[in-house]
Design a protein around this ligand. Structure first.
Ligand code: RIB
Ligand code: CA
Length: 312
């Protein structure tokens, strides 16, 4: 029996974030906590969404609130795509519980100590919380097994010609993470933009009925029109690709490379420069097996349908 992988999901929910969290929750990952950061929306919304998602999905896990903005630049907000409250048209029930007293960076460190070097961080938003943990705790490098991030790009950006939002929103924190020595697997736009789930297959997902599939249909309410207008033949769920990479890395082609983050640029601020250098430590996702990825998403919906069937 495969050992359950202990993970913390660092997230800025966010339409693709909520889907990614549902996917992680339906898999065999041992979710030790959600660590929430400002990004797609301002902190008060991402924090509330993080708690609300945990409760809506019935997750037995902790929630820690982290950074309310980037480390040393003005806040740069996410895309209109996420709707007014960050979850599309989904009107998620208000949370009743509360987050941990300790901030994300302390929670991440303490959980890493408890996991004795086996903790994997799935980073789905700006990397401010992780950078803060690395700065505050010099032993972080020896305690984190790897950081698997949706972030950056080996080719083009989505917030400027070359910058992807999660890196662009806090390039200084991203540089700290990439330069930390902690093993990183990077799922950038170069591979997530190849992961569009065709609209007809999205319809199949929605027809595997459960409260989760109904929620996901509302979450992506604005997505279909946007992606059709962009001439993209389906819905790109960026953050779900990073979770898929933890669940089944063999679904991807990986390239070893060096990655540097541009923090001084004007036109290229927040760009991830992916190149072959003297010590190529980062694993960069370059391609995805779409059949296996879509099947994983179908399996997720089937998991929640069965869970609901049993619970009635
Ligand atoms: O560029 C896509 C990333 O930015 C995703 O993580 C999305 O949720 C936003 O945070
Ligand atoms: Ca995100």
């Amino acid at each position: 029996m495969m050992e359950k992988i202990p993970v913390i999901i660092d997230t800025d929910p966010g339409s693709d974030d909520i889907f990614a969290i549902f996917l992680a929750n339906s898999s065999r990952l041992d979710i030790r906590g959600l660590s929430v950061v400002a990004g797609n929306m301002k902190a008060e919304l991402t924090f509330e969404n993080g708690l609300a998602i945990k409760e809506f999905a019935g997750m037995n896990t902790k929630v820690a609130f982290g950074a309310e903005g980037p480390m040393c630049i003005e806040q740069r907000v996410g895309s209109f795509l996420h709707g007014d409250r960050g979850l599309g048209k989904f009107d998620i029930p208000k949370p009743t519980g509360s987050a941990l007293k300790q901030p994300s960076w302390d929670f991440i460190h303490d959980e890493a100590v408890r996991c004795r070097g086996n903790l994997v961080i799935i980073a789905l938003g700006p990397l401010t919380n992780l950078a803060a943990a690395i700065i505050k705790y010099p032993d972080m490098e020896s305690l984190i097994k790897e950081i698997v991030m949706m972030g950056g790009s080996a080719d083009y950006g989505n917030r400027s010609a070359y910058a992807e939002f999660n890196i662009w929103a806090d390039p200084h924190s991203a540089r700290i993470v990439f330069d930390s020595g902690i093993p990183v697997r990077m799922l950038g736009l170069n591979v997530t933009n190849r992961s569009a789930i065709p609209f007809n297959r999205m319809g199949e997902l929605y027809r595997i009925k459960s409260r989760i599939s109904r929620a996901v249909e509302d979450v992506f309410y604005y997505y279909e029109e946007y992606f059709r207008k962009m001439n993209i033949p389906g819905i790109v769920i960026h953050d779900a690709v990073a979770v898929a990479a933890v669940i089944d890395p063999s679904m991807f082609c990986w390239m070893k490379a060096s990655v540097k983050v541009e923090t001084q640029g004007t036109l290229e601020d927040g760009r991830t420069l992916v190149y072959h250098g003297d010590e190529d430590r980062v694993l960069v996702g370059m391609d995805i097996d779409m059949d296996r990825y879509v099947n994983l998403c179908m399996d997720m919906m089937e998991y929640y349908r069965k869970e609901e069937e049993i619970s009635v």
